[in-house]
Design a protein around this ligand. Structure first.
Ligand SMILES: Cc1cc2nc3c(=O)[nH]c(=O)nc-3n(C[C@H](O)[C@H](O)[C@H](O)COP(=O)(O)OP(=O)(O)OC[C@H]3O[C@@H](n4cnc5c(N)ncnc54)[C@H](O)[C@@H]3O)c2cc1C
Length: 585
């Protein structure tokens, strides 16, 4: 049904029982449960199979034990230790034990996993995954060559279509409406025609992915901008552990494109300018398969101390000693990236790499069922869920282990869908008040008519560089304060932004302006949280506080936006089995 409102902007209204934002693994997996009890629509600003999940290369962690002995308890331990003891152990235990059935389920849904000689799902090594509680690396990552995300996403997309999940693709969510502590609905822009759509609904699952694009050098896709986190943040919903942003050790030099950890899982090693395998020094047991925070700092330390390749700002990832068949069969995608982007054949030459911004450990706080928390006391927003990279359960704590994110999206995407299905009868259909529609229209109007000397792309570039230079792998009070000042400057300059494209059809510039507006909030939340945490833990490294401080900081950071500015609250870490110890790898 459609009507034209007084400002002549056409608005289309829809009614679905559950609205899911995002067609990555988390959104798709959730849809398969929610659709069992009512109608489900997935809104996605991309074509569904272009979601960033499709770029996941290396694998999904599950202690199947197909290649050698393994145990979910070891997976649980590795994840806790990998998180630098900041992950909540009840959630981690749940995830690691759910991993086995969730992967088998994927197999039954049609995911074409790579196979062992006897036909089982093949598994490979990944950073931080060990057996016998940290003694030696174990083969735990289930993979489909180096296109795992692609394989899983396509299978789930087909299942969603088969189960009558409705897709509105290239619809950009502009507002998620929470009123009186209850989820009411979603306002989205149809990118193709520039028309607004309202979805009044019973439950909303936010599965909108990460926000790596706030950094200049990132493995994340162009659309990974995180506006949905900011939309909730602006309504008083906190963001948890925003200071923890993972840098993946091996991004292609100069580009940031990811070379999967699977490459080191298959035997690849890191080499400095002196030809040394330097990880032996930093992580004597796990070496090149130590967790990502450890390796990223090691690489940048080597570079800082003049041991980059030919004194330049990169090191080598060397795969030349591997059997070329391994590259061909198990790592075809990265081989082709190297050839396409750098003109290098990794079978013959080492690959120049540097750390690249990769993964947000923090995000929208949820419980194990995916319900969005609105405070540190466990109270939640009725009918609102979050899952996948946008959420913080928290299973990754201060540092995520490789191949635990695909797992997180599937396990907690499913849980969110199950909880919607279970409580469906108690949810009432929401209502979107007209003032919320006016607000969205007001913002569109501002972008359409504003005049000034500023442009979206240079402002974004400046923001990304600021975060990269002052709030990435190494941080100090001074660098963070400088970042904050620059973010405030840029936000001020944004008031004078003028769009070149004033059209309604596929207006990418307008969408990017909207994204940038929200990226300022995320950048600020990250930097302020990093300033507050005066210790070093996992991916958060403060040169002025170089040690972990369990006495004062074994707790989660919750940042709230209030009319008076930001506020912090803290939540204790759930510790069930593994007491914090020194982290040696
Ligand atoms: C290059 C790369 C390789 C990786 N490899 C691995 C790996 O091997 N193993 C592993 O465990 N993890 C890996 N990760 C991490 C993992 O892939 C991601 O964390 C995970 O896929 C995120 O899934 P998601 O469902 O949360 O979101 P995504 O797959 O990012 O999907 C987000 C969805 O939200 C939609 N969206 C966002 N904002 C809006 C909006 N405003 N309106 C409408 N729609 C919106 C997008 O259109 C998209 O459909 C990798 C990540 C990258 C970048």
């Amino acid at each position: 049904m459609g009507y034209t409102d007084h400002t002549q902007m056409e608005i289309v209204k829809h009614q679905y029982d559950t609205v899911i934002i995002g067609s990555g693994l988390a959104g798709l997996r959730a849809s398969l449960e929610a659709v069992k009890v009512g109608s489900v629509v997935i809104l996605t600003k991309l074509y569904p199979t272009r979601s960033h999940s499709t770029a996941a290369q290396g694998g999904i962690g599950a202690a199947l034990g197909n290649e050698e002995e393994d145990d979910p308890e070891w997976h649980f331990f590795d994840t806790v230790k990998g998180s630098d003891f900041l992950g909540d152990q009840d959630a981690i235990e749940f995830m690691c034990y759910s991993a086995i059935p969730i992967v088998i389920e994927l197999e039954h849904l049609g995911v074409p996993f790579s196979r062992t000689a006897d036909g089982k799902i093949a598994q490979r090594r990944f950073g931080g995954h060990t057996k016998y509680f940290g003694k030696e690396p174990v083969r735990r990552a289930c993979y489909s060559a180096d296109r795992t995300g692609h394989a899983v996403l396509h299978a789930l997309y087909e299942q969603a279509l088969k189960n009558q999940v409705k897709f509105f693709e290239e619809f950009q969510v502009l507002d998620i409406v929470i009123e009186d502590g209850i989820a009411q609905g979603v306002i989205a822009l149809e990118i193709k025609r520039g028309i607004l759509h309202l979805f009044e609904t019973k439950a909303i699952i936010v599965a909108s992915g990460g926000f790596g694009k706030i950094f200049k050098v990132t493995s994340n896709a162009f659309a990974t901008t995180g506006e949905c986190l900011s939309i909730l943040f602006e309504q008083g919903i906190p963001l948890e552990d925003m200071e923890f942003f993972q840098f993946h050790p091996t991004g292609l030099y100069g580009l940031g494109i990811l070379i999967t950890e699977g490459a080191r899982g298959e035997g690849g090693i890191l080499i400095n300018g002196r030809g040394e395998r330097f990880m032996e020094k930093y992580a004597p047991t796990l070496k090149d398969l130590a967790p990502r925070d450890v390796i990223s700092r090691a690489i940048l330390t080597e570079i800082k101390e003049g041991r980059g390749i030919k004194g330049k700002e990169y090191v080598y990832l060397d795969l030349t000693h591997l059997d070329p068949k391994i590259l061909e069969k198990r790592l075809p995608e990265i081989s082709s990236f190297c050839k396409t982007y750098l003109g290098i054949d990794p079978a013959k030459e080492p690959i120049p790499v540097v750390p690249t911004a990769h993964y947000a450990m923090g995000g929208i706080p949820t419980d194990i069922k995916g319900r969005v928390l609105r405070d540190t006391n466990g109270s939640y927003v009725a009918g609102l869920y979050a899952a996948g990279e946008c959420a913080c359960v928290s299973v990754h704590g201060a540092n995520r282990l490789g191949c635990n994110s695909l797992l997180d999206t599937l396990v907690f995407g499913k849980e969110a869908g199950l909880d919607v299905a279970k409580n469906f009868k108690n949810f009432l259909r929401g209502k979107i008040p007209s003032y919320r529609i006016e607000k969205v229209k007001g913002f569109i109007e501002f972008l359409n008519s504003n005049k000034g000397a500023e442009r979206v792309a240079p402002l974004r570039e400046r923001l990304q560089r600021t975060l990269m230079d002052k709030a990435s792998v190494f941080r100090t009070k001074r660098s963070l304060e400088e970042a904050l000042e620059e973010i405030n400057n840029l936000r001020e300059r944004f008031r004078k932004v003028e769009l070149k494209d004033k059209g309604t059809v596929f207006n990418q510039e307008r969408l990017q302006a909207f994204e940038l507006y929200h990226m300022f909030n995320l950048a600020e939340a990250l930097v302020r949280s990093a300033l507050v945490r005066e210790e070093s833990r996992g991916a958060h490294y403060r040169e002025d506080f170089p040690y972990r401080d369990d006495q004062n900081w074994l707790k989660h950071t919750f940042i709230f936006k209030t009319p008076q500015g930001v506020e912090f609250k803290f939540k204790p870490v759930v510790i069930t089995k593994f007491q914090p110890t020194e982290r040696i790898f």
